[in-house]
Write a protein that binds this ligand. Structure first.
Ligand code: 4AD
Ligand code: MG
Length: 467
């Protein structure tokens, strides 16, 4: 069977006028008018459905097909008829229809509109809904755009390990990887776990970030990026945290914080433009049903400069806002992490566009960030998106051996475990910087979908790892 994709029919409409084709897909609806029936078919190749016209006099199995339920799969041969005067530009007049797979009245996606909470309980079926077909095609196009952006600039794509023995962020939010028998854990004399008996001969965990290994490659290739899954055992049940999420982490030699911010801004704009360009039907649906201002906002962001403010100035802005009546749950105070409410105020209310906050206090940031001359802050930059808060975390890295070593000691890190990282500062060190973009946060931003559980195929969160 030579199967024509519905996407192709729409793309090359005039060539297909009068052509005999075979399409295959799933029933979205069937309207039976007794002697004629209309089937709305979707084959996944594009957002649009195809209208199939079925004539009782031309099909032996008319009644069988007309009685099929939503979700049934059909293989249909017929003639393409151009219908320029109707809302849809073409339809298929069926000559033969095979029912590949029936569906039933118990099929959970009968109704047009079902809540996203309900759809999370049918994760295996929800990709068939309009919302998820839009979100996951955009996710695919965004991934392609990210690779294109970096490849066009000569970056080398590196696959960093998922199982690791170092904690890249030093936050201790890692999942254990072990083959030890948990009912009989081998211990040392002092009662602690004897990791030498474990699979790797030491304690191993799932990575929270590929950055440290990406730095190894940046010192050889200059410009590199990772794009892969990362894991965090954060016990936070928010709409923007997942236990398994994907991250893009470029790392660039001979680059400072300003250079790093420019690359992240260029990258975000490139991805936005690509998605607007390649997914007009999906974006139109999201703009209509999910987030009314979505397309206009993205167009605007793609064409204007991001805001930049230092952490110290940002705290001032937030305190002024509080003094003028804005209510925050947490009082903004120098030295404290910015809370999501603070991040959102800055990006949404104050600047009304993506905003870089730079030069955070060193005590709220990771050990590898480059210390500024003031002795209090580090060369970090978080990019905050309106509606979301932090979407990118980046920094210039500490390239000075002695300064890095002193900082690691100050944080009581196990120096032996990180000697490889110190080595980079011993052999041909250079100014370098990089960032991490949370892929799901980006998809939330691009689609207007406000829950991370609905932009990742099978979400993993505290208490839930279904499928
Ligand atoms: O700010 P983070 O922790 O930075 C790093 O991991 C650095 N090593 C990145 C680098 O410089 N190479 O995480 C980076 C981004 C965040 O800005 C956020 O978008 C996303 O990863 N992120 C999460 N996304 C979903 N669920 C979670 N639990 C996330 N934690 C972080
Ligand atoms: Mg961060």
């Amino acid at each position: 069977m030579k199967r024509t994709r519905i996407a192709q029919l729409y793309a090359d409409q005039t060539q297909f006028g009068g052509a005999h084709v075979t399409v295959a897909g799933w029933v979205r609806s069937i309207r039976d008018m007794k002697d004629i029936a209309f089937i709305t078919l979707n084959d996944g190749s594009c957002f649009k459905n195809l209208q199939i016209v079925m004539d009782r006099t031309k099909l032996d199995n008319y009644s069988d097909v007309a009685s099929q339920g939503v979700g049934a799969s059909l293989i249909i041969s017929g003639n393409v008829v151009l219908t320029p005067k109707r809302p849809q530009p073409l339809e298929l007049h069926a000559q033969s229809i095979t029912v590949a797979g029936t569906s039933g009245p118990d099929y959970p996606l009968q109704k047009q509109h079902q809540s996203r909470e309900f759809l999370r309980t049918v994760q295996h079926l929800r990709p068939r809904t309009n919302l998820f077909r839009a979100v996951f095609r955009i996710r695919s196009v965004a991934a392609y755009a990210i690779h294109t952006f970096f490849q066009n600039r000569g970056f080398v794509y590196v696959n960093t390990p998922l199982i690791t023995t170092s904690d890249a962020e030093g936050a201790g939010e890692m999942f254990q990887v072990t083959t030890l028998d948990l009912a009989h854990v081998p211990t040392l004399k002092d009662g602690s776990v004897d990791w030498s008996k474990d699979f790797f001969g030491k304690q191993a965990r799932l990575t929270v970030s590929g950055q440290l290994q990406a730095e190894n490659f940046a010192m050889a290739f200059g410009d590199v990026y990772t794009f892969g899954p990362t894991f965090r055992a954060e016990d936070s049940n928010t709409r923007r945290h997942a236990a398994e999420f994907w991250m893009i982490e470029p790392e660039m030699a001979f680059t400072d914080l300003a250079g790093e911010m420019q690359v992240s801004e260029d990258m975000l704009k490139f991805v936005i433009r690509t998605v607007l360009d390649k997914c007009p039907d999906e974006m139109a649906m999201l703009n209509r049903f999910v987030d009314k201002g979505l397309v206009g906002r993205l167009e605007h962001v793609a064409n204007s400069a991001f805001a930049r403010i230092s952490y110290t100035d940002a705290i001032q802005v937030l305190q002024d806002a509080e003094a003028h009546g804005t209510k925050f749950e947490f009082h903004p105070q120098w030295g404290q992490e910015l809370q999501t409410e603070h991040e959102r105020y800055l990006a949404e209310k104050h600047f009304k566009k993506p905003t870089f906050v730079t030069d955070y206090p060193k005590k709220v940031k990771a050990f590898y960030m480059r210390q500024n001359n003031d002795g209090k802050t580090v060369a970090a930059a978080d990019c905050l998106a309106p509606g979301l808060g932090e979407i990118i975390g980046g920094s210039q890295r500490e390239e000075r051996y002695d300064v890095l070593l002193a900082r690691m000691k100050e944080l009581h890190m196990n120096i032996n475990e990180y000697q490889h990282y110190l080595d980079l500062r011993k052999y041909g060190t250079c100014k370098h910087a990089g960032f991490g973009l949370g892929f799901e946060r980006l998809i939330m931003y691009l689609t207007g979908v406000d829950n991370i559980r609905d932009v990742i195929p099978h979400p993993r969160e505290p208490g839930n790892a279904e499928f």
